[in-house]
Design a protein around this ligand. Structure first.
Ligand code: SF4
Length: 357
């Protein structure tokens, strides 16, 4: 579902601490994501630099090197850690091509919990091949004091993928409905809002418009390994600047970013990833406060579930409209065969072919 592992970067070309220092303080959220952040030898220094700049710092990892995160959690227990987990043992290992990934991640997260980690969890990419595990995985995470972040298959230049698609969109959507009901039934307010986020995933999976407008380039941005700054990690044509060569103000306030924001306002990709969905659900200047739409939906449906009534999904989702793909490409498993990777250099990266949805 993601070929970033086939395109590793040259460490000498990767973004430096000096460049990362240009990120301003007072940011709501910073996510160190992959490739794989634990492969950076200076991850601790990166955390030391960025932790004071953000209200929340996240490390999204594949979870295969959990010991590299231990010193970070000992020093900063509230750094948010999410390990990618696609389901229980057989499902996870098959989808991700990991020999013993499931056990490594679960044991690794339990160890981080022992060390005092306060914001630990798994992150699942929902797809046809793991929907059968979805609700049970949520219960498993809850039982162990972990979170379960959800996203769905997307294409994008960051993933080096343009042919991810669902095979049975309706079936996947119905499973997500079950998760939504489960989350609304829980006592955690976070879970209630995750339920709304998952409603947005249904919309995405069926091929509909986003529930809320995308605010890429205004409320969030993506910085790639070469310090290039993009509106998001999906469209390579939405490049705003380069943080190694420019200051943050030049990038965020410059005239070029206005053109990019115009393009974002016309974007029809309709992706709904945690970064673009969560920011759209909150007020930009009061990042802790949900916008009226998601709040009203949560209140109404929390009450419905509490008094034993059904969530009226049809009121929000038009199930008669399902995107039909021209071409369904079966995803390949790399569990049993190795593949030669190509180092991706600064001169050659991200082709426009990744925009196709
Ligand atoms: S909707 Fe468009 S601008 Fe927004 S994150 Fe997706 S591709 Fe980027």
């Amino acid at each position: 579902m993601c070929y970033i592992w086939q395109n590793p970067t040259l460490p000498k070309e990767e973004i430096t601490l000096e460049t990362l220092a240009k990120i301003p303080s007072g940011v709501d959220y910073l996510n160190l994501t992959g490739g794989e952040p634990t492969l950076r030898q200076d991850l601790m220094e990166i955390v030391e630099l960025l932790y004071p700049k953000a209200m929340k710092l996240e490390i999204s990892s594949n979870g295969l090197l959990p010991t590299r995160i231990e010193p970070i959690i000992k020093k900063y227990p509230d750094v948010k850690i999410r390990f990618s987990l696609e389901g229980f043992e057989a499902t996870n290992n098959q989808i991700r091509g990991e020999k013993d990934g499931y056990n490594t991640k679960v044991q690794g997260l339990l160890r981080l919990q022992e060390l005092g980690g306060t914001d630990l969890g798994f992150a699942i990419t929902i797809q046809d091949d793991n929907i059968q595990d979805l609700v049970s995985l949520f219960r498993f995470a809850e039982k162990n004091g972990f979170e379960l972040a959800t996203s769905a298959l997307h294409n994008g230049f960051q993933f080096h993928k343009s042919d991810n698609t669902f095979y049975d969109r309706m079936k996947v959507a119905r499973h997500i409905e079950s998760l939504i009901i489960e989350q609304l039934g829980s006592r955690s307010i976070k879970n209630w809002f995750r339920a709304y986020l998952n409603l947005g995933l249904i919309s995405k999976i069926l091929g509909h418009e986003r529930l809320l407008k995308c605010t890429a380039a205004t409320d969030f941005m993506f910085i790639d390994p070469w310090s290039d700054v993009y509106a998001c990690n999906v469209r390579p044509d939405l490049k705003i600047g380069n943080l190694a060569e420019q200051d943050w103000e030049e990038i965020y306030i410059g005239s070029h970013v206005e053109d990019i924001r115009q393009k974002v306002s016309r974007c029809t990709q309709n992706c709904w990833m945690v970064g673009s969905a969560k920011t759209a659900m909150r007020y930009p200047h009061y990042a802790k406060l949900p916008k009226f739409g998601p709040l009203a939906w949560v209140i109404e449906n929390k009450i419905r579930v509490t008094i034993g009534k059904k969530v009226k999904f049809e009121r929000y989702i038009d199930y008669s409209r399902i995107r039909r793909d021209q071409k369904v490409v079966k995803r390949t498993s790399f569990l049993d065969h190795l593949l030669k990777t190509t180092v991706e250099t600064k001169e050659k990266h991200y082709l426009d072919q990744y925009i196709n949805q």
